[in-house]
Design a protein around this ligand. Structure first.
Ligand code: DX5
Ligand code: ZN
Length: 220
């Protein structure tokens, strides 16, 4: 599958969100939205009102990464606000079967997220329910952290599992993504690359997207 770039809005200037999104929109494939509750992770970000406002200014696919204790309760309002995909942490719902059903009833795509310390085996029985599997390369909750390279062998395991089962589940990597770490994740099997700091904190976010794209598309 071609590599896709997903800017994480968490690193954008929250006083100028429409402008920040509009600048990168023609150059990226989807938008990664980190929803936090101050409980599952010790940080708060944004929720439905912000997502609904963004929906009015962009047609980008909204990938909503739910770092919350009760993600299922947010599916309906998120669908109403314009979300396209919801991903929930396996650490919150060790059996996510009902969550996947609920997401699909609402017309949402569905995915699972695993923290750096969670083994692939925790999600293996449920990958077939997923449009996307998100592997965290940092502890969830904050942008700007360093990439944890131990995610790479787990990525290889996930890639082999998905390919040998004949699934078309995408694999996404989130946290500490730079051109260098994106390339390593691409080699290990990632399809979708989330980058916050590397894009929105760069002097030229569009040039930063192009650097990431060159890194993941080169030397396939
Ligand atoms: C962290 C979030 C990430 C974050 C990534 O909990 O899930 O999406 O925005 O930020 P960077 O790219 O700065 O590591
Ligand atoms: Zn995220």
């Amino acid at each position: 599958m071609p590599a896709r770039i997903a800017p994480s809005l968490l690193a954008a200037d929250f006083a100028r969100l429409a402008e920040e999104v509009g600048r990168v929109e023609p150059h990226v494939d989807l938008l990664h939205l980190d929803v936090m509750d101050g409980h599952f992770v010790p940080n708060l970000s944004f929720g439905m009102p912000v997502i609904e406002s963004l929906r009015a200014v962009t047609d980008l696919y909204f990938d909503c990464h739910l770092m919350v204790t009760n993600p299922i309760s947010l599916f309906e309002p998120l669908a109403g606000a314009g979300a396209n995909l919801v991903t929930i942490h396996i650490e919150v719902h060790p059996d996510p079967t009902r969550a996947a059903e609920k997401a699909r009833e609402l017309g949402l795509d569905f995915g699972l997220v695993i923290d750096p310390g969670t083994p692939f085996e925790a999600v293996a029985p449920f990958v077939e329910l997923c449009d996307l599997l998100l592997l965290m390369a940092v502890q969830p909750g904050f942008g700007g952290q360093a990439f944890i390279p131990e995610v790479l062998p787990k990525m290889e395991t996930a890639r082999k599992f998905i390919d040998s089962a004949g699934l078309n589940t995408d694999i996404e990597i989130d946290g500490g993504i730079t051109p260098e770490t994106a390339r390593r994740a691409r080699d290990a099997g990632a399809d979708v690359f989330v980058a916050g700091t590397a894009i929105f904190r760069a002097p030229d976010p569009v040039a930063a997207v192009e650097r990431l794209r060159t890194a993941v598309d080169g030397m396939e």
